[in-house]
Design a protein around this ligand. Structure first.
Ligand SMILES: NC(=O)c1ccc[n+]([C@@H]2O[C@H](COP(=O)([O-])OP(=O)(O)OC[C@H]3O[C@@H](n4cnc5c(N)ncnc54)[C@H](O)[C@@H]3O)[C@@H](O)[C@H]2O)c1
Length: 279
């Protein structure tokens, strides 16, 4: 749905990385933003940058794994700005490792943030947007949720579920004038690898992820701009990177072929990178 001029937005996980860049991209449109994160100091810094860039901002501590704190975001948006035009469920963490090696408490940790955080956001805001007859929900998923590559089971599961939730909401909210977009980037540089929990017996995958993040042609600011443009066009899927788009296309064309090919392709890519590091 077209985002109105000076939209009223609520952004989770906005103290750093993509969340901060989404706020700054919105600030350029004169947005009024509830800048939320479990890291209040970081959220306050984002709010300061938003004001500097021409927007209005109110920083608040919110742990998205706590339902009452997400409910408070909606109340705060109503008090401060009279409602919400755009909800961005962005907060997210990473757990890497193989299924069976990763302790169950890590599954619970990531599910509570990446999945329950988004469920709470949609549960709280969807009825409000529906009653208003306008607005948009941007769920930050990942290409991991489309491709489900080895070594990131818990992350893949949460992001695939966020995509499923976004697809469901699209069917439910479209006729009420409310749009939904699932954002599915591949790796780009932020704090996510540093703040994530790793359970890899050898760290090849992490090295690979770190290298791919560093080599990404798109930075968080580019992804933020692309995501807002996708909301504007009311696209259900926003897949900013070409490697993500090609891999997803291949998977839809030949799902089993994709999963037979992918481990070998990953091994080949890792070996090539290792070789180029040695030489
Ligand atoms: N960086 C990538 O390569 C990449 C790729 C695809 C998708 N994503 C997604 O982008 C989103 C943003 O991640 P990022 O890359 O900017 O990482 P980041 O670590 O730089 O930022 C994540 C933010 O979320 C906050 N956060 C973590 N747990 C929280 C909680 N329980 N409640 C509220 N806030 C919390 C952190 O404090 C941090 O400010 C995530 O959903 C992530 O899965 C990132």
């Amino acid at each position: 749905m077209p985002i109105p001029a000076s939209p009223r937005a609520v952004v989770t996980g906005a103290a750093a990385g993509l969340g901060r860049e989404l706020c700054l991209a919105l600030a350029k449109r004169g947005a009024k933003i509830i800048v939320s994160d479990r890291d209040l100091a970081g959220a306050q810094e984002t709010a300061r940058l938003v004001r500097q860039a021409g927007g209005s901002a109110h920083a608040v501590a919110c742990d998205v794994s706590k339902r009452e704190e997400v409910e408070q975001l909606a109340c705060l948006a109503e008090q401060c700005f009279g409602g919400t035009d755009l909800l961005i469920n962005n907060a997210g963490v990473l757990v890497s490792g193989t299924v069976g090696e990763i302790p169950l408490r890590e599954w619970e940790w990531i599910m509570n943030i990446n999945l329950w955080g988004v469920i709470y956001g949609c549960h709280v805001f969807a009825p409000r947007l529906q009653a208003q007859g306008s607005g948009h929900i941007l769920n930050v998923a990942s290409a991991a949720g489309l491709l489900c590559l080895p070594g990131m089971g818990p992350y893949n599961v949460t992001k695939a579920a966020v995509i499923a939730l976004s697809e469901t909401l699209r069917g439910e909210l479209q006729r009420h004038g409310v749009g939904v977009t699932a954002l599915c980037p591949t790796f780009f540089q932020t704090n996510i690898l540093r703040s994530g929990h790793s359970h890899m017996p050898d760290s090849n995958l992490e090295l690979e992820a770190a290298q791919r993040s560093q080599q990404s042609k798109l930075q968080a600011a580019d992804i933020a701009r692309i995501a807002l443009a996708a909301c504007e066009r009311n696209e259900l899927y926003a897949v900013p990177m070409s490697d993500g788009r090609w891999s997803w296309r291949l998977k839809r064309l030949t799902p089993e072929g994709f999963f037979n090919l992918m481990p070998r392709a990953l091994q080949y890519a890792q070996a090539r990178r290792k070789k180029s590091r040695v030489s």
